[in-house]
Design a protein around this ligand. Structure first.
Ligand code: KG4
Ligand code: ZN
Length: 317
C-alpha cells in the first residue's frame, strides 16, 4: 500500500510517501523566508507559493516512485488558510482523477496528533498536547477514532504568542525558534531573569489556556522600558517568557494526566520543536511520545499516516 500525503494548510508545502506503513519520503518546502519580510504569513502569497512548490516537490517524488504505484491520496481538508487548503485539494483531486485512486480528506489537527504514530505505536487512552501557530489544545483520545478536545486556548495560540512577543522584541519571524535559542544560549551564560515578573493567567475551564494573558504582560513590560527610554533587556524577557509559557503548558497538562491516567502522552504541532518543552514533556509520563523534529511542523507524512490509521478502521478523521 502506497499513500501520498499532501499538506498545504498554512505556509509549508509538503508531500510524503508512506509505503507499507513506513515513511520513505517527506519533502517540506518552507515559505518562512518569504513571509519573514512581512513579519507573518500573507495568505495570498502562501497560496501562490504552494502552486510553485508542489510542482517542484512532485518532481522529487517522481524520482522516488512511479506515480502509478500510488494507491491512495490523502490531503489536509481543514482547518487552515482557505486559499492554501484549496491548492492542496485541487492538486490532490487532479491526481486522484488522473490515477483513478481514492481521495482521503484528513483533519489537520488529527494529522498533528498522529505524527506521534509515525515511528511508534500510540497506546490508548492517550492524552495529546497540540501546540502550534494556530492551535493550543489538550486532546483526550480514547481510541484513534474517539478524540475529544478537553481544553484549549481562549485567545492566542502558543506559537502565535511566541511570534508576537518576538516581533515586539524586534526579533525575526517565526519567533518560536529564536526565543528558544536565546533561552538556551543565555542559560549557558548564566543570565538571571528573576527581575522580569510575569504571572500565570487564570481561566475558568480547568484545561483552558490564555496565552494572550501572558503575551500582554510581556508587551506592557516592553512598553514600560521604552517609555522610560531604558534599554529593553531582550534576552531576560525572552528567557522569562519561555520559562513561564512552558511551565504553564506542562502544569495544565499534568492536571489532565492525573485525572485521565492515560497509557501514553503525545506532543504535537510546530511548538513541539521547542527544546525546553521536549525536555519537560519527557519527564511527566513513562510513555511520552515526542515526534522527530521533521514531523513537528506541518508535513505530509502526518497526513499520510492519519489516513492509513483511518482506513484500517474504515473511519473518517
Ligand atoms: O504547526 P506549525 O508548523 O504551523 C501551524 O501553525 O499550523 O507551527 C508553527 C509555529 C510558529 O508559531 C513557530 O513560532 C512555532 O510553531 N515554533 C516554535 C518553535 N519552532 C516553531 N515555538 C517555540 N519554540 C520552537 N522551537
Ligand atoms: Zn499545523
Amino acid at each position: 500500500m502506497v499513500i501520498l500525503g499532501i499538506e498545504t494548510s498554512h505556509d509549508d508545502s509538503s508531500l510524503a510517501i508512506l509505503k507499507e506503513g513506513k515513511i520513505i519520503k517527506n519533502i517540506i518546502f518552507s515559505q518562512i523566508n518569504i513571509h519573514a519580510k512581512y513579519g507573518g504569513t500573507i495568505p495570498e502569497i502562501a497560496s501562490r507559493e504552494h502552486v510553485n512548490n508542489i510542482a517542484l516537490i512532485l518532481e522529487e517524488i517522481k524520482k522516488e516512485i512511479d506515480l502509478s504505484e500510488i494507491d491512495m491520496i490523502a490531503y489536509t481538508k481543514e482547518p487552515g488558510l482557505i486559499g492554501s487548503l484549496q491548492i492542496g485539494f485541487l492538486f490532490a483531486n487532479a491526481l486522484s482523477t488522473i490515477l483513478n485512486k481514492p481521495l482521503i480528506p484528513v483533519n489537520h489537527l488529527n494529522g498533528h496528533f498522529f505524527s506521534g504514530a509515525i515511528d511508534q505505536e500510540i497506546s490508548y487512552p492517550s492524552l495529546g498536547l497540540l501546540v502550534s501557530g494556530g492551535h493550543t489544545q489538550i486532546l483526550y483520545a480514547n481510541s484513534p477514532f474517539d478524540i475529544k478536545v478537553i481544553g484549549e486556548t481562549l485567545d492566542d495560540a502558543v506559537g502565535e504568542a511566541y511570534d508576537k512577543v518576538a516581533r515586539k522584541l524586534h526579533l525575526s519571524f517565526p519567533g518560536g525558534p529564536i526565543i528558544d535559542k536565546i533561552y538556551f544560549d543565555n542559560l549557558k551564560n548564566n543570565i538571571n531573569a528573576d527581575e522580569i515578573k510575569i504571572s500565570i493567567p487564570k481561566t475558568e475551564g480547568k484545561y483552558d489556556f490564555s496565552l494572550s494573558g501572558i503575551k500582554t504582560q510581556v508587551i506592557n513590560l516592553i512598553n514600560t522600558y521604552e517609555n522610560k527610554k531604558q534599554k529593553v533587556p531582550t534576552e531576560k524577557i525572552a528567557i522569562k517568557f519561555q520559562e513561564i509559557v512552558i511551565k504553564y503548558l506542562i502544569e495544565k497538562f499534568k492536571l489532565a494526566i492525573e485525572e485521565f491516567n492515560p497509557n501514553s502522552i503525545v506532543l504535537a504541532g510546530g511548538v513541539s520543536a521547542n527544546k525546553y518543552l521536549r525536555e519537560k514533556f519527557k519527564l511527566i509520563h513513562k510513555n511520552a511520545i515526542i515526534p522527530k523534529m521533521e514531523y513537528c511542523t506541518d508535513n505530509g507524512a502526518m497526513i499520510a499516516k492519519a489516513s492509513e490509521i483511518m482506513l484500517k478502521n474504515k473511519k473518517t478523521l
